[in-house]
Every structure is written in structure tokens, then in C-alpha cells.
Design a protein around this ligand. Structure first.
Ligand SMILES: O=P(O)(O)O[C@@H]1[C@@H](OP(=O)(O)O)[C@H](OP(=O)(O)O)[C@H](O)[C@H](OP(=O)(O)O)[C@H]1OP(=O)(O)O
Ligand SMILES: Nc1ncnc2c1ncn2[C@@H]1O[C@H](COP(=O)(O)OP(=O)(O)O)[C@@H](O)[C@H]1O
Length: 303
């Protein structure tokens, strides 16, 4: 059996290029590695160069480094599209240790392209920024899945639907992401059962985003265009009242450029906006009364 035979497309990928229908996309192995193929043109090289420089940059504090996937170098592997050997970034698989992960990919920044990009690329990105909430909110949802139950599986809206999300849809989806009744086509008002444990608390997503924001208020090394924050939690752990599986991670560094002593206002602005939206969910949680959230209540009573 070759190494490629033991690999598969990531079952929990929520956005980006996918290894299906003979296309080039990421692969995972059973040892917890996520292999991202270097994209053609200069994007792959740029992302590889970013990971290499970032990994050895001593000025990155550990409490910030933990928000980035661990980088294990590059490897030549049989590509998912059958085109033969292709260089892949070997990254930490951020979700392999989870049973039923709920994940959201949020592309940060009202501008997703660096100033020095070619004109046709700028036009393409500008169109997407205008058609989505990037320009109006400073971020856009690129993909998501929310775990429902063994029976209902995941709510994973398709790409076309996600691209049409308005600001109001984003508000709703951020509530659904932490609700126990967020299944497909569910017309129910999201119960936000998990909001306080996933978004709130000292280890929750808001606290982590604020830690990241504090770094962005100071760091002038990099400007992160078209980079995403992944929000990840595992309902199994949250139902046990544990916030340890709640994480944010930054991914997608194909368009990172040098900061040259200037604050990354574009990323920082998007981050502040996202923080505001999540705070609003917590301020009006409409949840976790005994009635609305029996599962959490039962577990807590058992303790
Ligand atoms: O190729 P497309 O049109 O699917 O665009 C990709 C984007 O998909 P989208 O349609 O915006 O959801 C894709 O976005 P997501 O990761 O899916 O949010 C990336 O922006 C990708 O850019 P790169 O790999 O970072 O250079 C984008 O690839 P490039 O446009 O840079 O080739
Ligand atoms: N290290 C990782 N571990 C697990 N999943 C990942 C990792 N990196 C990316 N992903 C998944 O792949 C998707 C696309 O990743 P991304 O790096 O943005 O690729 P692309 O450049 O094709 O847009 C993300 O939305 C996420 O679901």
C-alpha cells in the first residue's frame, strides 16, 4: 500500500478547493496531518514561504502561535486529481481529534486582495467583496457545518447559498452555529443553547478573538489578506459542560504580505466587527433556560 492509499479527502472541509470530482484539493492521513497542495502560480510558493518564515520567527509570542496550524514542512505526494507527484504543505489537521465538529470559516477583512495584485485579480476579488458581506461588514462567511445529532447529521449549507448571505443572514447563522436546533430547513428560532460556553467564558471564542485582536493592535510584521478564522467546537464536549474543545485557528496564507511597520487595519477592522457580532449573540442569547436547553441542564444536574 502506498502512502497515498492511506489518505483521503477531509470529511469536515467547509470551504476552499476540494479534492473531489478529479480536482486538486487537500488530503488527510490517520496521523493527524492535513496536506494542502501548493496551488499553481505564486500562491502556493507564497503560502509555503509564509509558513516557513512564521515557524522560525522568534518574535511571535506562544499565545499567538497557538492560533496557527503547526507546520511540518512540504512533501511531494500523489495529488488528488491524479496528475502525479505534487508538492503539499504538511499541516496539523485541526479537526482530526474531534468526534462531531461544528466549524465555521470566516474570511476576515473588507479587502481580500493585497495592493500589489494584478488588475484582473483585483477586479475578481473586488466583485466578490462587494457581492458578499466583506465590504459592508469587514468579514464574510466562506463555509460552515453545524452538528445536529446522530440522526440529522450536519447542517452544511451549500456554497451558492453562503455566497448570498446578507448581513441579517450572517447574524442568524452566527446564532444557529451555537444552537441545538440548527438543522437544514429548520424554520425554528435558533435556541443559542451553546452560546455562553462556545462564544462566552474565559476560554470561549470571544476571549480568544480578543487575545488575537490585542496582537493585531501591535503587530506590523504581516498583512493578512484573504485569510480566514476557523471557529471550531465539538458538541460532545460542550454538552459535558467543557469549553476545552472550543478553538479559533487562522488558515489560508496565500495572500499574506509584509507589513513594513504598518498596522494591518484591514484585518483588525474585520476582527473588531466579528467580535461585535458575536458579542451581540451573547447579549441576547434567548437560551439556556431549563426549558430551552434540557440537554445541558441534565448534564449539569448530573455533576
Ligand atoms: O477560484 P474561486 O472562484 O473558487 O475562488 C476561490 C475562493 O472561493 P470563493 O468562490 O470565493 O468561495 C476561495 O475562497 P474560500 O477559501 O472558499 O473562502 C479562496 O479565496 C481562493 O483563493 P486563494 O486560494 O486564497 O487564492 C479562491 O481562488 P482564486 O480565485 O484565488 O483562484
Ligand atoms: N489545517 C487544517 N486542518 C483542518 N482543516 C483545514 C485546515 N486548513 C484548512 N482546512 C479546511 O479546508 C478549508 C479550505 O482551506 P484553505 O486553506 O482556505 O484553502 P483554499 O486556499 O483552497 O481556500 C477550510 O475552510 C477548512 O475547512
Amino acid at each position: 500500500m502506498t502512502k497515498r492509499d492511506t489518505m483521503k479527502a477531509p470529511p469536515h472541509q467547509v470551504a476552499g478547493h476540494q479534492a473531489r470530482d478529479g480536482k486538486l484539493g487537500p488530503l488527510i492521513d490517520a496521523a493527524g496531518h492535513f496536506y494542502k497542495p501548493l496551488q499553481g502560480d505564486e500562491r502556493g510558493t507564497k503560502e509555503g514561504a509564509f509558513y516557513t518564515a512564521f515557524s522560525s520567527n522568534k518574535s511571535i509570542p506562544d499565545h499567538i502561535r497557538k492560533f496557527f496550524p503547526i507546520f511540518h514542512g512540504t512533501q511531494l505526494l500523489e495529488a488528488s486529481d491524479g496528475s502525479g507527484l505534487h508538492p503539499h504543505l504538511v499541516l496539523q489537521d485541526l479537526v482530526s481529534s474531534r468526534l462531531s465538529p461544528s466549524i465555521m470559516d470566516i474570511k476576515i477583512g473588507s479587502r481580500t486582495w493585497p495592493l500589489q495584485s494584478p488588475e484582473d485579480y483585483i477586479n475578481k476579488c473586488l466583485r466578490k467583496d462587494r457581492e458578499t458581506t466583506s465590504l459592508s461588514l469587514g468579514f464574510r462567511i466562506s463555509g460552515l457545518q453545524v452538528y445536529g445529532s446522530k440522526e440529522s447529521g450536519y447542517w452544511k449549507p451549500d456554497k451558492k447559498m453562503i455566497k448570498r448571505f446578507s448581513a441579517e443572514d450572517v447574524r442568524l447563522v452566527l446564532r444557529k452555529f451555537v444552537s441545538s436546533n440548527a438543522s437544514a430547513g429548520s424554520g425554528l428560532d435558533p435556541d443559542c443553547c451553546f452560546a455562553s460556553i462556545v462564544y462566552g467564558g474565559s476560554n470561549g471564542i470571544l476571549a480568544q478573538l480578543l487575545e488575537l485582536k490585542a496582537w493585531f493592535e501591535e503587530q506590523t510584521i504581516y498583512h493578512f489578506y484573504s485569510c480566514s478564522v476557523l471557529l471550531i467546537y465539538d458538541e460532545e464536549l460542550v454538552l459535558e459542560g467543557r469549553s476545552c474543545g472550543v478553538e479559533i485557528k487562522l488558515i489560508d496564507f496565500a495572500h499574506v504580505v509584509e507589513g513594513n511597520g504598518v498596522i494591518d487595519h484591514n484585518f483588525l477592522g474585520g476582527l473588531c466587527s466579528l467580535i461585535k457580532f458575536l458579542s451581540e449573540v451573547l447579549e441576547a442569547p434567548k437560551c439556556c433556560t431549563t426549558k430551552a436547553c434540557p440537554q445541558v441542564e441534565e448534564k449539569n444536574l448530573d455533576k
